[in-house]
Design a protein around this ligand. Structure first.
Ligand code: UFG
Length: 329
């Protein structure tokens, strides 16, 4: 049995590949390398360079490798970009996911794990956010992911097929063993940006909005370590293989940190008092999003091992330092 990981050359996907290999799984990665890197795929996994919408290639790969499960990360993930290019997002995230799901059904692949997002909730009125919260995405990115969840739901009702959709909160950090990390160019995520500033890759960074109704005026998010996140996927895979049926679950820790708390932690851990400028609110930012992770704990038996902001930041900084050293060589 082999697991097909789409987007396995990217940030979360490459951590997933290591998690699967660590559990003795056979892995094939499908990635078109538009934002990922071939060097991010471990040698023990096969890399097929191609598009998830190329059904001939996908189905050949599924049959050739005897794939029993798909873990689907490939997609576009920048919220403001999705506002300016909605049709590009619906193509990459929705239309191509439809093709991939169809290929899975045609090839008799019964298990499917999907990388969904807290963006399906829009700006929730109550936190922590449970899976029963209204689904009102505020960007084409969130809508494109929600549509894929709905396709999976209906496919599971019609075919011998079960899925798990994991709705990620703010994924951050890097592999504690320093085997992979977030290498994406031009990343916009807070912890990545702060670590790039701490290591001198950026001259300064900005805080988007200090007038929100929160404890210090900045937005609050549930930052989850990427290694805990991919472990939840592995548990979801085991659960699907045991025939326990489809599941939609939040992936977060159930606690939030403000932007200023995150920046202070990066300064403390790095020992660098880098420049931080005040800036206006970033359009589309929700005030506070924190997960209720009860379902993930109950259904997957998930036990986070890295729920500590300092640890998340330490691992993100370790990776940033490695990247900086590599670029200097
Ligand atoms: N922020 C700054 N300065 C920066 C970068 C971010 O102040 O340089 C702030 C943002 O304004 C926001 C917070 O830090 O208040 C977190 O921003 P991120 O860009 O790190 O993450 P988001 O919460 O905007 O988005 C993330 C994922 C999305 C996902 C969403 C779900 O990037 O893919 O969480 O909640 F949809």
């Amino acid at each position: 049995m082999t697991v097909l990981v789409t987007g396995g050359a990217g940030y979360i996907g490459s951590h997933m590949v290591w998690e699967l290999l660590d559990h003795g799984e056979e892995v094939v990665v499908l990635d078109r390398l538009s934002t990922g890197f071939d060097w991010a795929v471990p040698e023990a996994a096969e890399l097929v360079v191609g598009d998830i919408g190329d059904q001939k290639l996908v189905e050949q790969t599924m049959k050739r490798r005897g794939v029993d499960a798909v873990i689907h990360f490939a997609g576009s993930i920048i919220v403001p970009e999705s506002v300016s290019d909605p049709l590009g997002y619906y193509l990459n995230n929705t239309v191509k996911s439809r093709a991939l799901i169809e290929s899975a059904v045609r090839c008799g692949v019964k298990h499917f794990i999907f990388s969904s997002t807290a963006a399906v909730y829009g700006s929730p009125e109550k936190i922590p956010v449970t899976e029963e919260n209204p689904l009102v995405p505020e960007s084409p990115y969130g809508t494109s992911k929600l549509m894929t969840e709905l396709m999976l739901r209906d496919t599971a009702a019609a075919h011998d097929f079960a899925y798990t959709a994991l709705r990620y909160f703010n994924v951050s950090g890097a592999d504690p063993k320093k085997r992979t990390g977030q290498s994406t160019k031009g990343a916009t995520h807070l912890i990545k940006v702060a670590c790039e500033t701490a290591t001198g890759k950026r001259p300064h960074m900005e805080v988007f909005g200090e007038d929100y109704p929160t404890r210090d005026g900045t937005c609050v998010r549930d930052y989850i370590h990427v290694s805990d996140l991919v472990n939840a996927h592995y548990l979801a895979l085991e659960r699907l293989r045991k025939g326990r049926g489809s599941l939609v679950a939040n992936c977060g820790y159930g606690r939030g940190y403000s932007v200023l708390e995150v920046i202070d932690t990066v300064k403390r851990v790095s020992g660098k008092n880098f420049a931080v400028a005040k800036s206006g609110r970033r359009p589309g930012d929700a005030v506070a999003i924190v997960a209720s992770a009860e379902r993930c704990f109950a259904e997957l038996g998930w036990k986070p091992a890295h729920d500590d902001l300092e640890e998340i930041v330490t691992h993100a900084l370790n990776w940033e330092n490695l990247l900086a050293r590599r670029n200097r060589l």
